[in-house]
Design a protein around this ligand. Sequence first.
Ligand code: PAF
Length: 281
Amino acid sequence: MQVITTVADFRRARAACDGLGFVPTMGYLHQGHLSLIRQARAECSTVAVSIFVNPTQFGPREDFERYPRDMDRDLALLEAEAVELVFAPSREEMYPEGFGTYVVQPAADEVLEGAARPGHFRGVATVVCKLLNIVQPTRAYFGQKDAQQTVVVRQMVRDLNIPTEIVVLPTVREHDGLAMSSRNTYLTPEERRAAPAIYRGLQAAEQRYLAGERNAEALRQAVIAVLDAEPLLRPEYVSVADPITLRELERVGERGALVSLAARLGSVRLIDNVMLGAQPS
Ligand code: PAF
């Protein structure tokens, strides 16, 4: 496994590989990341993983400084998955002095995580665009947990003619349904016990949908009823949206719906979602 920290060295190593599968990460790897890496391994002859906690996607009052980091543990996990290339650049390598070009999707900032976290998707789209340019993968793998991120990345790749196929894989969950996330590590034992209510809420909406409910507000209320029963949880938003435009729905139609939420548990902000009905291509 080659661990590479500069763009120039990565380009040289990459030139020797074809059929490259790429998993971009911010490190502190968990089973969700490993499921993406294993899928890349199964589909591509070479696998590359990036580890970079991207400062531009964190707001000024967010957790950039305390975001969990453990490079040695991450590298051991990647070695065990037989990953060939690891790109672990410094902040200065990715954003050298004078850096001044960003990728923006104004529509993404109007809804869901974009509305809740101003500037977040500008940071995500910019760093993913840079990483795809550096790594030049055939396929890049993302998790469904960050549903809006997958929509933003797909649109960017389409709009900017980036020749990478975007693959989105299902959310990996703990045994009690909590979506795997590096941020779960911040939870106190009490908060961790409360956290599965997030997925139970989403499942309540799923049950109502499967029973025939198509009224979006009724589905939203099904989620809220479960969240409200857990006193430690403070929901920020619960959304029933079109899975492609991410605009709020009144009724769920043929395209199905993305039911998503953000909630706080103490100082930790968690997100999760389920897709109802047809999956977007
Ligand atoms: O999903 C993440 O971990 C990050 O948003 C990503 C895609 C690695 C960009 O920094």
